[in-house]
Design a protein around this ligand. Structure first.
Ligand code: HSE
Length: 292
């Protein structure tokens, strides 16, 4: 028996949608699960691509921990192909969790249901905005209700193009979250909730002007800018054609937003300005994690 699944990169928050907004991006990690070769005891884990030196090769691997929430990992061979940059704010952990959950469902002959998998995934990644976008695909809003995470896909596309600027250094989400204050000023909360409302409205109506107006946050970005210095640099001196800049998840990747007709010039400008970074133009991925 053999199952092959894929799961997309994601970018969470989109500025003021802290811990709720997310989008899936056309960059896919893959997993193939098969029976371990006959006579082999235990579990075999193989990893190729991004993050190979940081990834455990045993049951501590996040993908195997996810798989084990549904069925037995023992006696199986797991082959991961990682394309999503590791610890850069592009949802590599969420994709790994999604791969494990979806592969386990298919192994058991069950159709993966994102609504059922999301609460399971949240056991491994309690802020479920990335994993929601990864499981559902498209542009999503996620929220917690009576202890369970729920999600709705709000849009399949965006009215602006997005370009990711991925620096060489990594930031662990746990560290980035530890740097957030326990309390914020009422004025900052009011500012951010107003922008989050704009964000939701602009996504639902595909209004480019409203979306560009939404890209301001005071709940998390100001506290993370020291570890993501490109954010301040691109806010102070915007790239050519840029209409907004947001931190991707907890960073350090930055998302630069541009109108479609200017996005190529914007990407060229970013490539020139930041030769040490990867500059990646992304389309929204409209499929959730699944077989392929
Ligand atoms: N919403 C989460 C955060 C996403 O900002 O910490 C982590 O990628």
């Amino acid at each position: 028996m053999n199952v092959r699944v894929r799961a997309a990169a994601t970018s969470a928050n989109l500025g003021p949608g802290f811990d709720c907004a997310g989008m899936a991006l056309e960059l896919w990690n893959e997993l193939e699960v098969s029976e371990a070769v006959s006579g082999a005891n235990g579990t075999v884990v193989e990893v190729e691509g991004e993050g190979i030196s940081e990834t455990p090769r045993d049951g501590n691997h996040l993908g195997l921990r996810a798989f084990a929430l549904i069925t037995e990992v023992e006696g199986k061979r797991f082959r991961f192909l990682n394309r999503i940059p590791f610890a850069r704010g592009l949802g590599s952990s969420s994709a790994t969790i999604a791969l494990g959950l979806v592969a386990a469902c298919l192994w058991e002959g069950v159709e993966p249901d994102p609504a059922e998998l999301l609460p399971l995934a949240a056991r491994l990644e309690p802020h479920a905005d990335n994993i929601a976008a990864c499981l559902y695909g498209g542009v999503t809003l996620a929220w917690e209700e009576e202890g369970l995470w729920r999600c709705r896909r709000i849009a399949n596309s965006l009215p602006l193009d997005l370009i990711a600027v991925v620096p060489e250094h990594s930031v662990e989400t746990i560290t980035a979250r530890a740097g957030l204050p326990a309390e914020v000023l009422h004025a900052d909360a009011a500012f951010s909730s107003g922008r989050a409302a704009l964000l939701g409205a602009s996504l639902a109506t595909s209004d480019a002007q409203l979306l560009a107006a939404a890209f301001h946050d005071r709940l998390h970005e100001p506290y993370r800018s020291a570890a993501a210095p490109l954010l301040g640099q691109l806010q102070e001196k915007p790239a050519r054609g840029s209409v907004g800049v947001t931190l991707s998840g907890s960073g350090p990747t930055i998302i630069v937003w541009a109108r479609h007709e200017e996005s190529q010039a914007c990407a060229e400008d970013l490539t020139k300005r930041f030769p040490d970074c990867r500059v990646l133009a992304f389309a929204v991925a409209t499929s959730g994690a699944g077989a392929f």
